[in-house]
Design a protein. Structure first.
Length: 382
């Protein structure tokens, strides 16, 4: 006799995303209050710092140690801050992953401890994967130090590393305990990285928020020169749009095949792989979203005004919409790799207007090749 019993488990995840400046200043209570929301303590902490950030701001680990010492004994640093390789190299092999596992083991962190990770999206991804898998989950607090970390990767529920030549091949879904977006951390970024972060803002605004898109157009002269207040507003609105999608999109852990906010990402991921990470994620997204925008127009989904508006905003923000690696990209293979990564049926989001989109399940590669040629022509005219 066969019997089937269905076990249902309802889970409710909630985590704060706090926007602040100078999180390690002695008079800023945000970090301490966030950690002590788990109880009065004492709480043991491990800290991971992006090597690029540590090089640009050598005093940061010391400021953090002094901050925690000011909140002793409720907060206790279990080991000296661990500085790891930054940038896409953090995900290129298992070195960062293993270093964070070793820190967790040797410092005797447990499921009630905290792992505080300060760095760019790649470090957050790798250290987050380590935190999620050590003891089946150490509480993770993210302090993103890049624009893309603060407006996209750092506020989501994904963690992972690259393997077998594929981006994010290994990973997991695990919501953080908290996210603290300290805008002051972005001051250490090179201009190239601050600008690249704007690509995600253009993407999410074009896909789902016409009012945000209009505001980006209004802010464009200030964003083009990387005005701090304008960047902070754009990053905050972009982060909130991503949070709204994660919470309200009905599929936070991506059990389905659709990825509504992965506009342009099939090409972006392929370009990152083709350039071995030399092309920043945001830079690759700018090229990818431009390609899919032009394609949306060529197949009759988006009007000429929509296509021109997106490309004009990219130009105004000084985001390049062409890279030589796109010329040699095997687009059918790249689309198939993207489908394989998502699983199931192919889903690509394309524009039907500013703030509106549609999911398609097939690609006209002749038209996509035409879109590529148009972008190449635009680069030649620049």
């Amino acid at each position: 006799m066969t019997q089937t019993f269905t076990q249902r488990i309802a889970l409710d995840f909630a985590f704060p995303v706090v926007f602040t400046r100078n999180a390690f200043a002695p008079d800023n209570p945000v970090l301490a209050e966030t950690l002590l929301a788990a109880g009065p303590g004492p709480h043991r902490l491990g800290v991971v710092v992006d090597g690029g950030l540590a090089a640009a701001d050598p005093g940061l680990p010391g400021r953090l140690e002094a901050y925690l010492a000011g909140h002793a004994p409720a907060l206790a640093l279990a080991a000296p801050p661990l500085v790891v390789l930054g940038g896409e190299g953090a995900k290129a092999d298992f070195a960062v992953l293993e270093a964070v596992w070793r820190l967790t083991f040797e410092a005797r962190l447990c499921r009630q401890s905290f792992l505080v990770v300060i760095g760019g999206g790649a470090v957050l991804d790798a250290a987050g994967f380590a935190a999620a898998t050590a003891h089946r989950g150490v509480r993770l607090v993210r302090l993103p130090s890049t624009a893309l970390g603060q407006n996209d990767a750092g506020v989501g529920v994904k963690n992972g590393v690259n393997a077998f030549g594929r981006k994010n091949f290994l990973g997991c879904f695990a919501p953080p305990y908290a996210v603290i977006n300290d805008h002051a951390l972005l001051a250490t970024l090179p201009e190239r990285d601050r600008r690249a972060g704007l690509a995600e803002a253009v993407k999410v605004a074009a896909l789902r928020d016409a009012a945000f898109f209009a505001r980006l157009v209004e802010l464009a002269p200030r964003l083009a020169v990387l005005d701090g207040d304008a960047l902070e507003e754009a990053d905050r609105r972009c982060a909130l749009a991503h949070l709204d999608h994660i919470a309200g999109g009905g599929d936070p852990f991506e059990y389905g095949s659709a990825r509504p906010l992965d506009f342009g990402h099939w090409a972006a991921h392929a370009l990152e792989e083709a350039t071995s990470g030399a092309l920043r994620h945001g830079e690759a997204v700018a090229v990818g979203l431009a390609l899919d925008t032009v394609y949306s127009g060529l197949v009759g989904l988006a009007g000429r005004d929509t296509v021109e508006a997106v490309l004009a905003l990219c130009r105004a923000l000084r985001l390049a919409v062409w890279h030589p690696a796109l010329e040699g990209l095997a687009m059918p293979a790249a689309v198939e790799a993207f489908r394989e990564h998502l699983g199931g049926r192919l889903h690509l989001s394309l524009l039907t207007g500013i703030g509106s989109r549609v999911e398609v399940h097939a690609v006209d590669f002749a038209r996509m090749d035409e879109a590529r040629a148009i972008l190449c022509g635009l680069a030649g005219d620049a």
